[in-house]
Design a protein around this ligand. Sequence first.
Ligand SMILES: *Cc1c(COP(=O)(O)O)cnc(C)c1O
Length: 395
Amino acid sequence: MLTRKHNRFETSVIHEGYDAKDMLGSLSTPLFQTSTYTFTSAEQGERRFAGEEDGYIYSRLGNPTVTVLEERIAALENGERGLAFGSGMAAVSATLIALTKSGDHILCSSGLYGCTFGLLTMMKEKYHIDHNFSAMESKEAIKKLIRPETACIYVETPINPTMKLIDLKMVADVAKEYDIPVVVDNTFSSPYLQQPLELGCDVVIHSATKYIGGHGDVIAGLVVGKKDFLDSVAMTTQKDIGGIISPFDAWLLLRGLKTLPIRMDRHCDNAEQIAKKLKEHPNVTSLFYPGDETNSGYEIGQKQMKRGGGVISFEIAGKKEDAQKLLNKLSFLKIAVSLGDAETLIEHPATMTHAVVPEESRLEMGITDQLIRLSVGLEAREDIWADLKQALDQL
Ligand SMILES: *Cc1c(COP(=O)(O)O)cnc(C)c1O
């Protein structure tokens, strides 16, 4: 176990995993922009490779800036060990490949990040690792789909982009009966709003590109879980496939993390208000936001999320062309995929993030041509609403 010096979240995001005494007093975590480390003797090199002596060898195997980030995220998710990757997808693929072998099966939440769907499709076609989907609305529904060869349960909640929620404690309870690990993609909540390991899940994944970085300037991924499992990932799918993070990107994430709690509260404040306004607009036909009392998963959100988050999806009256028109009529809100940035970002899932999903599966997931995803930023909410409203009014 890591020593957890600072237990409160707001303190841990700033201090955990770093001691200035070790780094010549530097207040900011130093950036170790180095590929390799020199040994004082051939024998020291031998001892490091044999694992008899602690110390860095080569930056794909470990880097001091990256280590601080890994310890910090482990503390924030209450896990034993964290690992950093060059993208959220590097984190997802390293985890899923480590957990499965040919012939296995993965049970997934119905609704997944588009590229995770793509990865699962490839794993099925090339490596005979099957998967299927479940809304996971009850223990029985999950049990029905578990097979002897089920190697893991993979869950997103809130589900991107439909914002449906899954009861993580319920899933973890069922999985325990069968001794199957539960992996949760916690990107939409960040560790500030939801902590799956506390609810009994086994592995947490983040696209740190989103809320953890928070400034739209880095692509990165993080995984947190038990030490044994993450040690094995570090020595296999991370080391040998090699999707590691660069020291500079780790440094940017450490900088972003310091303000995660205050940014998240502001994202949530803004999103709650914008959701209310959207709901009242005559051209909005449905709204999907975990913090909205009429949302289907509201009760689940109350149990496992601190607040509703910063992402809202909504449907408008009309067709694909109307959705595109709405985006084109915006003045300062940005048309872009990604989420969790200071800037409000808006996108059309059917033709952008989820374009890779075949139409039939896409519609099954609830991703219609009229669905729009909004990542509410940190701007003044009056300005965000004014821009959205004038565009909606023109439909
Ligand atoms: C963005 C995202 C990913 C992929 O992360 P990258 O950093 O873009 O590789 C995975 N899951 C979710 C829910 C995401 O939003």
